[in-house]
Design a protein around this ligand. Structure first.
Ligand SMILES: NC(=O)c1ccc[n+]([C@@H]2O[C@H](COP(=O)([O-])OP(=O)(O)OC[C@H]3O[C@@H](n4cnc5c(N)ncnc54)[C@H](O)[C@@H]3O)[C@@H](O)[C@H]2O)c1
Length: 382
């Protein structure tokens, strides 16, 4: 297949590009370095600076003898995306190119506006590029489990049958996001569903939980091929943040009661899920939704695991509850279905002690570069 990865410089985008290329697909990565720019502007630099996209594609191409085409530009600009799409004519587009941080989106007017404009702008332009040039192209869109929020009922995979006054119909599962960023994902889903209904687009929307992990099959052993790795309060996801705190010898900061439950997955499983979705596409006129995670944990459970694994590595770790900067339920019911990707062939990599140990061992050489001031919450919801 010809696969275009929008957001190919990102934490998920770069490993995805390598994974598709290694799997024999023709890959183009597209990025405007928005993540690098806004991380710098908020003092949220990653633990180590990844080479730019062209340099990484060169390194990968040399090692594997497999080219990855690179295009640098802003996908929310149709003058950029439209001709690029028309030239490459992908069979599948993996759309990661969004501002993905909830705290960033809640920081103030400018950040909220950037998140809204950028995220919806890229999705809208992509839909129109597909409609104009290759309507059969399959869009694999990254959504988030955060679209559903934490309802007091089981979370289905995207759809729910509703009976009302003796009649029944199927609707998108109710969504009530907890940040402006997550709300842009809800709006993305609605936009995609509209064009699926009216123009028979083929779309897979992957409701993904927080991802953890550093290395994947294709970068094993080569530090210059690792993805961006953020550990700060704005761009770091919780597991990555806890592991860096453990290495730095600062307390793991649990927000509030710590009984917030979410579904998590290993970076390697993100790659598998996206590839399975692309290789077994949705049908024309189908919005296919999968809940993309492999295990559910509370934040307290995660902190306890990191503490246990760190202790075995002689890293003494303290767990500290701090006032929750977010407006969210700290104790709630949570039971989300996630069988669709397993049925498609996903072989999960669970969060074993070995996996956490390997991550800690990768982080340890960068210990001197950890800036603990970046970890405590700097953004409050209200
Ligand atoms: N990482 C997670 O745990 C997680 C969980 C659920 C969903 N997601 C979703 O997966 C996607 C990728 O997440 P990530 O963690 O890799 O984020 P990331 O910020 O590392 O990657 C996104 C990339 O898209 C690029 N980008 C953003 N806007 C762009 C534009 N207008 N034009 C071109 N490039 C643009 C950024 O520069 C960045 O490199 C996001 O949509 C995110 O919402 C991520």
């Amino acid at each position: 297949m010809r696969v275009m990865v929008l957001g190919g410089d990102g934490y998920l985008g770069w490993p995805t590009a390598m994974h598709f290329a290694a799997g024999g697909h023709e890959v183009m990565v597209v990025d405007n370095y928005l993540r690098r720019t806004i991380a710098r502007s908020t003092g949220s630099e990653p633990l180590f600076e990844a080479p730019n996209l062209e340099a990484r594609a060169d390194i990968f191409g040399t090692i594997r003898d497999t080219p990855i085409e690179v295009a640098i530009g802003d996908c929310s600009e149709m003058m950029f995306l439209d001709p690029l799409f028309a030239r490459f004519l992908p069979d599948a587009v993996v759309h990661y190119a969004e501002q993905p941080s909830a705290p960033y989106s809640m920081r103030g007017f400018h950040e909220a506006q950037l998140t809204l404009r950028n995220n919806l702008g890229v999705t809208f332009n992509l839909i129109w590029a597909v409609l104009r040039h290759k309507p059969e192209c399959h869009i694999v869109k990254l959504g988030t489990m955060g679209e559903y929020g934490t309802p007091n009922i089981d979370i289905e995979e995207g759809w729910i049958a509703v009976g009302h006054n003796g009649r029944e119909d199927k609707f998108l599962f109710p969504r009530q996001a907890g940040s402006l960023y997550h709300t842009t994902k809800v709006l993305d889903t609605d936009l995609l569903w509209f064009y699926v209904r009216t123009h028979d687009l083929r779309v897979t929307d992957l409701m993904q939980g927080p991802v953890y992990g550093l290395s994947t099959w294709e970068c094993e052993g080569n530090l210059r091929l690792l993805p961006n790795f953020h550990y700060d309060d704005i761009f770091g996801t919780v597991v990555n943040r806890f592991l860096v705190q453990a290495v730095a010898g600062v307390p793991l900061t649990v927000y509030g009661k710590g009984e917030q439950t979410r579904g998590y997955l290993n970076l390697k499983d993100t790659l598998q899920c996206v590839r399975l979705a692309a290789e077994k596409p949705a049908s024309p006129g189908e919005l296919r939704i999968f809940n993309q995670f492999t295990e559910q944990f509370t934040v307290n459970e995660l902190a306890a695991r990191v503490k246990r694994v760190s202790a075995a590595l002689r890293l003494p770790v303290e767990i500290r509850s701090i006032p929750n900067p977010r407006k969210e339920k700290e104790e709630h019911y949570y039971n989300a279905k996630h069988s669709g990707l397993l049925e498609l062939g996903l072989q999960p990599h669970f969060m074993t002690d070995d996996v956490l140990t390997q991550m800690i061992e990768t982080i340890i050489p960068f210990k001197a570069d950890i800036d603990s001031n970046k970890i405590l919450p700097r953004v409050r919801w209200s």
